[in-house]
Ligand binder design. Structure first.
Ligand code: ASP
Length: 429
């Protein structure tokens, strides 16, 4: 059975199990959810365990293998990431103004208060802000092993970039042996990924059962317009804006690309973590879409840590929705501030479930709204997180296609340097 089918099977069975546990099997709900909770976390941990070292080895090996000067491809990648996130937040801003979900919810201030209480805000979300000095200092940690163990991905990415660039300057004999070392480490980690993915149906089943059983569908009704706005904006951004980029600029059929990326997209959807999905994203791009690993080596680790279209879009819609709900009329300047902050905070956000909430607390604070309002979003956060994570991964994959297209047209020799992804990874067709 293909990986996509296995994931879909786990997803479908998870939804059925969640429905049963909320209905006829309710007496067993607590016991069952504690088992699925641990099983899901084990699966997620196993993926994340591979993801951090994989980011480092992929970047270093990828940079070493690049035919062209990495500066040009790096600039193209960074340019795409900036533009695509800007398109995403603009889509969020426009639809939030056109649909005005907060005004349609039809809630009076008392309802809002009781919903906020129901959502039982965790205090950690309200205190999520951090200053620019510590953010900057986090980029260059005094101890790289601390950064690795703390999962500080931005620092790991920067350090790996430096190592990869240094590798390119070594004398040939050292460069070759370094290249063999990092390539083989990457193969090793992809083999482990392959093993972890054998448990995908069970892992996805456990994750989906746990999260679906915990979503408070009844309380979510007043948020229906918010959910519709987010979903519509995500679909338009992923399908239309990025679809056009694929079709016109990368010369790839968006449908074909979606087929190639389907295991990664479903995995992102099930885990709500783009970092945990990274091994599958790499595998789909290398094995199915045939994007050279020298290109994915640069674009995917960078994208996983810095390019979060779905997240930025969600932050924007969420803040405007809460402002409308609380009766705060944000001026155009304040809305642009929201747009800018969504752009800035999404870059460097951890690719883990619910990471957006911290950034939303920070933005609410900056535009003078109570961070506690965030509690409302907890009701529908998980399903929307699943969707925005899939868009985050989709956008990274579009970058890889685009850069691969330009790398090939720029230097035909690149076509020959296509180094296939680890050969011990079976095709997932
Ligand atoms: N869950 C998202 C991701 O991993 C981040 C977020 O928007 O919360 O990409």
């Amino acid at each position: 059975m293909s990986l996509t089918r296995q994931i879909l099977l786990g997803l479908g069975l998870g939804l059925v199990a969640a429905a049963l546990l909320s209905g006829p099997l309710a007496p067993w709900q607590d016991a069952a959810l504690s088992i699925t909770g641990v099983t899901g976390s084990l699966f997620l941990n196993a993926l994340k365990m591979v993801a951090v070292p994989l980011i480092a080895t992929t970047l270093i090996a990828g940079l070493g293998k690049l035919e062209q000067a990495p500066g040009r491809l790096g600039a193209l990648t960074a340019g795409y990431y900036g533009m695509s996130t800007l398109l995403a937040v603009s889509m969020g801003l426009i639809l939030s103004n056109v649909i005005a979900p907060g005004l349609r919810a039809g809630l009076d201030p008392e309802d809002v208060q009781s919903l906020m209480a129901q959502a039982s805000l965790s205090p950690t979300f309200a205190n999520g802000s951090s200053d620019w000095q510590s953010t900057l200092l986090g980029l260059v940690p005094g101890n790289i092993f601390n950064a690795l163990s703390a999962g500080n991905l931005i620092a790991v990415v920067l350090f790996s970039l430096v190592l990869g660039l240094a590798l390119r300057t070594l004398p040939t004999e050292f460069r070759q042996s370094q290249q063999v070392l990092w390539d083989s480490l990457q193969h090793l980690l992809m083999t482990v990924t392959q093993w972890v993915l054998r448990t995908a149906p069970l892992g996805v089943f456990a994750l989906v059962t746990t999260s679906a059983a915990q979503v408070g569908w009844a309380a979510a009704e007043p948020l229906a317009w918010f959910v519709i706005t987010v979903l519509l904006a995500l679909v338009l951004h992923a399908g239309l804006s990025l679809g056009l980029v694929l079709w016109r600029l990368a010369r790839v059929s968006p449908l074909q690309h979606a087929r190639d990326m389907s295991p990664a997209l479903w995995m992102a959807f099930s885990t709500a973590s783009s970092a945990a999905t990274l091994p599958v994203t790499l595998r789909c791009l290398n094995d199915r879409a045939k994007v050279p690993s020298s290109v994915t080596g640069l674009t995917v680790p960078l994208g996983t840590t810095m390019n979060m279209d779905g997240t930025a879009l969600y932050e924007c819609v969420a803040v405007l929705f809460l402002a409308q709900l609380l009766g705060a009329d944000l001026t155009i300047v304040q809305q642009l501030l929201v747009l800018f902050l969504a752009l800035a905070t999404s870059t460097g956000m951890a690719g883990i479930p619910a990471a957006s909430l911290v950034a939303i607390a920070l933005i609410l604070d900056r535009v003078g709204l109570p961070a506690e309002a965030l509690g409302l979003l907890l009701i529908t956060d998980r399903p929307l997180d699943m969707c925005r994570t899939a868009v985050n991964v989709w956008s990274d994959s579009v970058a890889a296609r685009l850069v691969a297209y330009y790398a090939k047209t720029d230097s035909p020799a690149m076509a020959q340097t296509v180094t296939q992804a680890p050969t011990n990874v079976e095709s997932s067709q």
